[in-house]
Ligand binder design. Structure first.
Ligand code: GCU
Length: 637
């Protein structure tokens, strides 16, 4: 019943809707496969009438992926100059009808995406497994292709319905075999299906593919044979997939090959690929997830490597930066590169799959975390502004770039429920909605998802919204309060292990990050410490540098704080830490209490499976509190 997730369009509303809508007209400049998809989508609920032509329907139809919806006495016209725009208009129309936002009094609306590239990144492997996937195996059944799976279309519908227009099919730790002709042919079949949903297909490219798959002795980007190999590869790909999006590349990171191996730079690597994709309109998305032994502070590495390269990348090359400087922690301050790459295309990489936030087990709605990043005032145009006047949030920086996007590391898998549980699909939904319009309110998004998924029973909707909107705060409290980070178990990044000494590298071990000692707790990134603060605009750097003005949510990220330091609550660090861990557990219990209120109002199986998750979440929150408080308090003796 719930396998369609938020696209159930539950029957109960149809009667009310029929009172509001007499006729639906789709208006577009020309017929296309995407427009046909829009018609089909609409026909799941209404018969559609399609008008095509220069001045069809609305005279000033929005350009690009924008659309308008107009209501004249129950005749609804959805128009755009492109099929993609009409498709997004249809999904918006159906969504708004089902959540009750379109009623008899509705006049119209105009909408268009604020950020042009909205992508899912699948960390899916050739063997069907998914790196950091918690919802079963890969959706892509490579060994069965060209035979197609019904779920490919369901996937495209779900993605398009929230505005996703690009998908990277394979893991950034990329197998070079994905670039072999056999796999490109399979990829082309998926690309053909997704095209009709306005979704462009991309691949993660292994930088050493000329060696691993092409048999060359080197993958040096300045070597002629290597360049010829990539040029031919681009031609081969575009012959099969004329609208192929381009490559995502993880280079010189965690054992992945890259230009450094050959004494070249990120620019050499990215620009070579960009040049061969440019004639076809393709782009390169080059990840900035790098870290190294040399840096005293891993958080500084990406900025140190990439900032000097600003201005050297091609127009069709963008740098993809994770939301924070470390690695998808429950809470991180924003990555300083968002304020630093003035002349370079940028993608924000978010992780929908909850690698560090309880994985498939905990219900944690990530919308508020992503909003905190998108709203983060990163750019300080005058250098002299007061902290309170910080302007230009990350969302705006992306909006203004010629080449920009938001990428979400997907939490989808081949489980029936798609994302590991129904509640986990709220994160997929909200990723799409925020990548379309980063100014949307998370509570509104949570409400939309709640109604579309669970129906219109207000008491259920309220409970679901409460759970969603409070879950991230709870998780931060019971895992990593006050700016703590990376204190998870080594093996799988799940569960607390603040004392862990496993791992070859210092910067994989929790004590490297929390720096607990007899004096205090936290990583000193101030000007007296690693000076990571100076990677931010001046006013922001000053704010973080001062223990009195540093926001408490980032306190232990930027400061080594004495145990007896008094915080805003008038409690000492020692007491505040204990207080927050405990508050996290209590909040987790509160999530469960809210859910218990819906018993009997949702199907029993669904009720029980969510309750089971929340039981696990509460138990694990207790474990986090017990382990971390005992461990840290040992230092305060
Ligand atoms: C994290 C994650 C890895 C992943 C890496 C990346 O470190 O644990 O599995 O490969 O990020 O983003 O490249």
């Amino acid at each position: 019943m719930y396998d369609k997730l938020w696209l159930r369009y539950e029957g109960g509303y149809i009667e009310t809707i029929e009172k509001i809508v007499r006729r639906v007209v789709l208006s577009c400049r020309q017929r296309s496969d995407v427009l046909n998809t829009a018609v089909t989508e609409l026909e799941t609920v209404f018969p559609a009438e399609v008008i095509i032509g220069e001045n069809a329907g609305e005279e000033h139809a929005p350009t690009g992926e924008g659309f308008s919806i107009r209501n004249r006495n129950g005749v609804f016209t959805i128009s755009s100059q492109t099929g993609g725009g009409v498709l997004y208009g249809v999904f918006a129309f159906l969504r708004l009808l089902h959540i009750g936002k379109i009623n008899e009094g509705f006049v119209g609306l105009d909408d268009s995406p604020k950020i042009s590239r909205r992508m899912l990144n699948h960390w899916d492997n050739l063997d069907g497994s998914i790196e950091r996937g918690y919802a079963g195996g890969s959706l892509w059944k490579w060994d069965r292709l060209p035979k197609v799976d019904r779920r490919y279309i369901d996937y495209a519908r779900l993605a398009a319905s929230v505005g996703i227009n690009g998908t990277v099919l394979n893991n950034v730790n990329a197998d070079a075999a994905f670039l072999s002709h056999t796999y490109l042919e399979k990829t082309a079949i998926l690309a053909d299906m997704f095209r009709a949903y306005n979704i462009q297909v991309f691949l993660s490219a292994n930088f050493a593919a000329p060696v691993n798959s092409g048999g060359l002795p080197t993958a040096d980007p300045l070597h002629n044979a290597v360049r010829a190999w990539w040029r031919d590869k681009a031609a081969e790909i575009y012959a099969l997939i004329p609208d192929f999006g381009g490559f995502l590349v993880k280079a010189d990171s965690e054992g992945q090959p890259g230009p450094y191996l050959y004494g070249r730079t990120h620019v050499d690597g990215a620009n070579m690929l960009a040049d061969f994709l440019a004639p076809y309109g393709g782009i390169v998305i080059w990840r900035a997830f790098v870290y190294g032994h040399g840096e005293s502070d891993r958080a500084k590495k990406a900025y140190a490597d990439f900032k000097p390269l600003d201005g050297q990348f091609r127009d069709n090359a963008a740098v993809q930066v994770k939301n924070g400087p470390i690695d998808f922690q429950p809470r991180e301050p924003v990555h300083p590169l968002f304020g630093a790459m003035e002349k370079t295309g940028l993608f924000l990489e978010l992780q929908i799959t909850q690698e560090y936030l309880g994985q498939g087990k905990h219900i944690v709605f990530l919308g508020p975390m992503w909003k905190e990043i998108l709203n983060f005032g990163i750019r300080d145009p005058h250098g002299e502004m007061q902290a309170s006047q910080l302007s230009d949030p990350v969302g705006k920086v992306l909006e203004e770039k010629k080449l920009a996007g938001i990428a979400g590391v997907s939490n989808t898998g081949d489980n029936d429920d798609w994302c590991g549980s129904l509640f986990h699909s709220a994160n997929l939904f909200s990723f799409g909605r925020l990548s379309w319009d980063w100014t949307l309110s998370c509570t509104d998004i949570a409400r939309e998802w709640a109604v579309l998924t669970w129906g219109r029973d207000l008491s259920v909707v309220d409970a679901v919204v409460n759970i969603l909107t409070h879950s991230w705060d709870a998780c931060v409290d019971y895992m990593t309060p006050l700016g703590l980070h990376h204190i998870m178990r080594y093996e799988n990044h799940d569960g607390p292990d603040p004392g862990c000494e496993q791992g070859e590298r210092a910067d994989w071990k929790p004590p490297y990050y929390h720096c607990a000692d007899a004096k205090g707790l936290g990583f000193d990134r101030t000007r007296k410490g690693s000076n990571a603060v100076d990677q931010y605009a001046r006013s922001l750097a000053d704010l973080f540098d001062n223990i009195e003005t540093c926001p408490e949510k980032y306190l232990l990220w930027f400061h080594h704080v004495p145990w007896d330091h008094v915080l805003g609550s008038r409690r000492t660090l020692k007491d505040e830490l204990t207080f927050r861990y405990h508050r996290g557990v209590e909040s987790a219990k509160q999530l469960r209490t809210w859910w218990k209120q819906v018993e009997g109002r949702v199907p029993h199986d669904s009720y029980q499976s969510v309750l089971n998750k929340l039981d696990v979440q509460v138990a694990e929150a207790h474990e986090w509190e017990a382990v971390c408080v005992a461990y840290f308090m040992n230092f305060t003796k």
